[in-house]
Design a protein around this ligand. Sequence first.
Ligand code: UT7
Length: 351
Amino acid sequence: MIRTKILGLGSYVPDRVVKNEEIAFLNDQHVRQETQQSETTDEWIQRRTGITERRYVPNESGLATSDLALQASKRALLDANLEPQDIDCIILGTLSPDLHFPGTAVFLQDKLGIASRGCACFDIRQQCSGFVYGLQMADAFIRTGMYKRILLVGAELHSHSLDFTTRGRDVMILFGDGAGAMVLGPMESDDPKSGVMYTSAHADGSGAMSLYLKIFDIAKLPYLQYDPRNREENQPMYPYMDGKRVFLNAVRGMVMSTNTALEKTGLTWDDINWFVPHQANLRINEKVAEVAKIPPEKILNSIQFYGNTTAATVPLTIDHWRQQGKVKRGDRILSSVFGSGFTWGATIFTL
Ligand code: UT7
């Protein structure tokens, strides 16, 4: 039977490193000021989140989310030994799209130089769960024979939409820019444990207003009702998060989906090489590991270096540790995610 194989993996983060010590001194142009712009400290950020640094696109680089996606895609294609022309479907997860419409996948398609070939382009707007949602779609498409070479990308450019004042510090310190990509294709195998073995995707829309970025309200005329330069009014430009509620639900959703993934596949932690949780807060991942009784030596995190890159965290973390020589081809990975929506899910696959 046809099963889904991971043909290639790649990731990309911009060169600019923003350390915790620096972030409090950045203004909204990302330029370091002499005086502190927001009340936060390296000690607070590390203790509450585990983050020490994150990456931002360089100031005035003109880069968009699709440019980060492009770099990660090129690396995944190289890893798969394929050309952009081989791709017949793009699935892109992001919460920081290039524009409100059209979707970002079409910009990526054009930047890959394959627009004239007309392949299918999908945007997944499931935030931190975007990669697992996208993987479930890709797996279904490949098993049914709909597409043969799918480029699945999670890409985020968060740094341009963060509030660099004390008002926005809870969210601002978490997010970073980056992208991760996989190329997926079919293989003939009767081994149910091969390739993409399991995916699950869930949502609870009653949590939607616990983590959102409004920017506009389409129910109103005019649909933008603030002056972006007026600090008192411009909150809709920035993400809002009920941190504690998101934290609790993240632990619950990730524990539940991790345990269900093992139950449904009949696997135990002895069968899994690595647990790769979404990277939102190291304390969330520590709690998930404690409750789900995950062997600590099997857990891979990268939030220390990149912060939360939402839809990109899973492929970025795997690729980071592959580059360090820890993760190898043939390793079996269990990943669980949770994000705005609320959305959550899990997957088990062999790299
Ligand atoms: O990707 C999926 C979505 N995101 C998440 O899963 C994130 C989930 N939530 C979190 O990670 C945590 O809730 C945060 C890191 C956002 C906040 O950590 P916390 O331990 O829940 O802190 P808190 O919200 O209870 O805030 C404690 C204090 C507050 O001050 P008061 O009211 O006690 O005086 C905050 O104003 O810490 C303050 N605070 C900060 N202080 C210094 C909040 N952000 C900061 C900051 N620096 N950056």
